[in-house]
Design a protein around this ligand. Sequence first.
Ligand code: C2E
Ligand code: MG
Ligand code: MG
Ligand code: MG
Length: 276
Amino acid sequence: RAKQQQRGSSQYFSAAMGSDARERFKLLKGLRAGFEENQLFVVYQPQVDLDSARVIGAEALLRWRTPEDRFIPPDQFIPLAEQSGLIIPIGEFVMRAACAQLRKMQRLGHTDFRMAVNVSMAQFRHPGFIDMLARALHDSGVAGHNIELEITESMAMDDADLVLRVLAGIKRLGFSVAIDDFGTGFSSLSQLRQLQVDRLKIDRAFVQEAQSSSAGSTIAQMVVNLGRGLGLTVIAEGIETEEQRRYLIGLGCHEGQGWLFARPMPAEQLETWMQR
Ligand code: C2E
Ligand code: MG
Ligand code: MG
Ligand code: MG
């Protein structure tokens, strides 16, 4: 009887929502079940030195494949995971997978390999975040200094006090920090300096507009100059063409990732790709 009532009320709930909300609700239910049923996995996209194409590391990217072989893009399900709190266990899953993979790369002799992992504001807000990171390091036997956490620019500007406090804990564990999608937010120079980040990651929109629009190229040039002026490394994402690679080198950007070098790939493939 209680169950019937519950079902009734959730139907009412669904009917009362707009169809967008209903879709999101269904997707979230699917995500929760899918996570339980191991439908989530992590792929790795190599990051390279733009001059030599030598591999410097990889970015861990989350994937969700449903039993019907549908891939749901992270841009669709990560926001839901963030809103629902599901990003806390999912974020831990990604961190542990990335640490284990890093350990494996080290065992294969890639001792300088750097693993980049995306983290959300919802994780920063979670009181157990730093402990989770420490346990993931401890359990996998890797040191924080081979791992880079990517935070978005908007996140860096969101709740400055909280972000500074959490960043201090992250730094104590030895992690480096990159600002992702740089150029899309509104950070000020002084905020950026305060944050003590290590790297700026130029958003792929500017990489791809750099040669076609003068605004794109101005922003790309400014990001590189800003990063170098602050003593940070600059990395570019979304490099698809040889022209883009050369253009970025010309701007003074020497690290990058993109389809020109490699698509995100499953762990086993990364290991063989590294041997090439
Ligand atoms: P992001 O962190 O900026 O990741 C870069 C995105 O660019 C990835 O999309 C990657 O597949 C894509 N990409 C790389 N090279 C190229 C290229 O040459 N051309 C084009 N067109 N795209 C390229 P993806 O994997 O769909 O991820 C989208 C976003 O989802 C990520 O953007 C990140 O914000 C978020 N995300 C992914 N995995 C995680 C995760 O584990 N945790 C969190 N919090 N967010 C994640
Ligand atoms: Mg990223
Ligand atoms: Mg990015
Ligand atoms: Mg992005």
